[in-house]
Design a binder for this molecule. Structure first.
Ligand SMILES: Cc1cc2nc3c(=O)[nH]c(=O)nc-3n(C[C@H](O)[C@H](O)[C@H](O)COP(=O)(O)OP(=O)(O)OC[C@H]3O[C@@H](n4cnc5c(N)ncnc54)[C@H](O)[C@@H]3O)c2cc1C
Length: 377
């Protein structure tokens, strides 16, 4: 049988895309090399702005509501709370399986333990070569994550990414996320609540030895009594800082989610953009207009990633100032961002004058200190 669309990879991007396509009457095949439920290395923190884009019932995968944040720098900690959850932590295995079954329920054919190898362009259709056989299709969607084979066959190479390490542990954190800066040169240390467990991780674009930094952070890096219970694991997180980093595919071959590089370079949030890009791709492919999908991503998602990159450039370069701004301004702004009331552009534009004030103040203090030291006053 020939399909209208074959989707490679059943993470949040692929399953959301397949569900949208099937819902719009397309004959869809969704395949993944893993058997579900499968593990996916991820902090599993989803912002509440994702809610309108997820199918009913997804809440079964929620582990904790996020109603606050603790921001750390050196040994100083700053806490903010809210009444309504701005995010949730989910069990990625349950979350992804739910979305996969939802795509199947909407009418997509699903093949698990089926690895995609390569595709051939036969001009009027594509031949998709997999470990489960050869399939014909009009459209091919690469939702196959960081190491995307679909993207590589199109000639894309990813140059920017966070290295990350993550481990399961125990610690007294229930409805807040813990984020600490100043630990690595460009990135952060996090602890996310996971019911009776916690997810502990570090992401960086710097050259630090992550296992050692993680060990130190677990022992001395937080006000919580942390205990590691699992084995540390690593996986890269792609991100885009400019339009050219975003790889959206060519012609009738379309990329979504991590395969397209749709993760923000400040927080490393990718689940929201995976779901959103999957839905946009499904909508425009069903209309036979993949170019419109690319335009929509460049209009809606690209500015977010670009402004997140501008913030990351300042925040990771001047981490002490970022912490001080976090206390007075940024934590609350990020709550608004997670719940969809602000975006990275508005946070950047409003925060920039404040950032320069803090810079001036810090410069003035340093100059005064050095004048005192030299005994000139
Ligand atoms: C340590 C870590 C922590 C993170 N924490 C967060 C967080 O708290 N919040 C957040 O929003 N984001 C987080 N992210 C990012 C988030 O996990 C990703 O952005 C998100 O999973 C992207 O979804 P996706 O569907 O594009 O890709 P994936 O979820 O990676 O799914 C890709 C799928 O493709 C399949 N696949 C790959 N190759 C093939 C092949 N050749 N044939 C068939 N199938 C294939 C894989 O098995 C997989 O199921 C984190 C990432 C890491 C590494």
């Amino acid at each position: 049988m020939k399909y209208d669309a074959v989707v490679i990879g059943a993470g949040p991007a692929g399953s959301s895309c397949a569900a949208e396509l099937a819902n719009r009457g397309m004959r869809v095949l969704l395949l993944d090399k893993k058997r579900f439920p499968r593990q996916k290395l991820c902090g599993g923190c989803v912002s509440s702005r994702i809610n309108p884009y997820l199918p009913k019932g997804w809440q079964v995968s929620i582990l904790n509501p996020v109603k606050g944040a603790i921001l750390g720098f050196k040994d100083i900690y700053e806490k903010r709370k809210v009444d309504i959850p701005v995010a949730w932590t989910v069990d990625r295995s349950l979350f992804d399986t739910f979305l996969l079954r939802e795509a199947e329920r909407k009418g997509a054919d699903v093949l698990e333990s089926a690895e995609f190898f390569f595709f051939e362009d036969n001009e009027s259709f594509f031949k998709v070569i997999t470990s489960a056989g050869v399939f014909k299709t009009d459209f091919l969607i690469g939702a196959d994550g960081f190491y995307t084979k679909v993207g590589r066959q199109l000639g894309y190479r990813r140059r920017q990414y966070f290295r990350s390490v993550e481990v399961e542990g125990e610690g007294n954190l229930k409805e807040e996320v813990f984020i600490k800066i100043g630990v690595v040169s460009r990135g952060y240390f996090w602890i996310f609540p996971k019911r009776d467990k916690v997810n502990i991780g570090i992401a960086t674009t710097g050259k630090e030895q992550l296992p050692e930094v993680l060990k130190e952070c677990v022992t001395n890096g937080s006000p919580f009594n942390l205990r590691r219970t699992g084995k540390p694991k690593s996986w890269p997180i792609p991100f885009s800082t400019k339009r050219e980093d975003i790889h959206l595919g060519k012609g009738k071959v379309v990329l979504v989610g991590d395969a397209a590089g749709l993760v923000d370079p400040l927080l490393g949030e990718g689940i929201y953009y995976a779901v959103r890009s999957g839905i946009l791709a499904g909508k425009f492919i069903a209309d036979g207009k993949p170019e419109e999908y690319r335009k929509a991503v460049l209009k809606e998602i690209a500015p977010e990633l670009i402004y997140a990159a501008k913030i990351a450039n300042l925040a990771y370069r001047f981490q002490e100032i970022a912490f001080r701004m976090g206390k007075s301004y940024a934590i609350e702004q990020f709550f608004h961002l997670l719940s969809g009331r602000e975006n990275f552009k508005s946070i950047y534009m409003k925060g920039l004058p404040l950032f320069f004030l803090y810079m001036l103040e810090s410069f003035a203090k340093k100059t005064a200190r050095s004048i005192f030291k030299q005994g000139r006053l």
